[in-house]
Design a protein around this ligand. Structure first.
Ligand code: AP5
Length: 215
């Protein structure tokens, strides 16, 4: 099963991806995670990425397409993948269509996570990530166990000022992808407001994954 998550910053793409890839036995491909790993490693590309990510603007399409191209040939993607944060622009979506067609692959569903902008600031400012497990917490909505709080990371782009730029990028460049994939008959809209468990259940229902699988 090959899937795409589309949603604004803080919609819950990374959080829900953890559950969905486990339930479906597919790989998570998060361009945000790949970009942050390159930034941490301080590679030449990572230094370049940092300028964009810290400013809340998108990295140029050709650089991101190359990251995805390298990631999709990894063995764990053979059983299927969930693209989390890609594509983010029409040129990225065009590139993906061509790349999948060349490999004889197709997309099954494009899951659009719907959350109003007004709900996002609290999600973003309260987010903390565990650098050891990769798990995403929220100080209020999904509190971490007290003994790991000191090691949790607050992303540098998770500020109110940068968020407004990220939201602008989303509405200008990424939201048009919903119409793009509507025309291909692939869009499944998910109400992404509610408990983490309820949102997972809604997604698994759309995917036809049996309810016995823990969400
Ligand atoms: P990226 O990492 O992809 O950031 P994003 O799309 O802005 O998404 P987020 O990671 O902020 O949000 P999310 O939807 O995953 O939310 P989460 O599950 O964590 O990209 C970062 C940067 O990298 C970009 O700005 C750009 O520079 C670059 N980049 C990446 N991909 C690119 C591409 N394709 N092209 C160009 N540039 C690219 O949840 C957020 C918080 O809310 C968490 O604390 C969580 O616990 C909480 N939460 C989740 N669900 C709920 C719920 N139902 N109720 C309450 N709280 C909830």
């Amino acid at each position: 099963m090959n899937l795409i998550f589309i949603g604004p910053p803080g919609a819950g793409k990374g959080t829900q991806a953890e559950t969905i890839v486990r339930a479906c036995g597919i790989a998570q491909v998060s361009t945000g995670d790949i970009i942050r790993a390159a930034i941490r490693s301080q590679t030449a590309l990572g230094i370049e990425f940092k300028k964009y990510a810290d400013a809340g603007v998108l990295v140029p399409d050709d650089l991101v397409n190359r990251l995805v191209e390298a990631r999709l040939v990894q063995p764990d993607c053979a059983a299927g993948f969930l693209l989390d944060g890609f594509p983010r622009t029409i040129p990225q979506a065009d590139w993906l269509q061509q790349s999948l067609a060349k490999s004889g692959l197709r997309l099954e569903h494009v899951l659009v996570l719907d959350v109003a902008d007004s709900a996002i600031l609290e999600r973003i400012t309260g987010r903390r990530s565990d650098p050891i497990t990769g798990h995403i917490y929220h100080l209020r909505f999904d509190p971490p166990p007290p003994h790991i709080v000191d090691r949790l990371v607050h992303r540098p782009d998770d500020t109110e000022a940068v968020l407004s730029k990220r939201l602008r990028e989303y509405h200008d460049k990424t939201a048009p992808l919903v119409d793009y994939y509507e025309r291909l008959g692939l869009v499944r809209r998910i109400d992404a407001v509610g408990s983490l468990h309820d949102v997972s259940r809604r997604i698994l229902t759309v995917l036809g994954v049996p309810p016995s699988v823990p969400a």
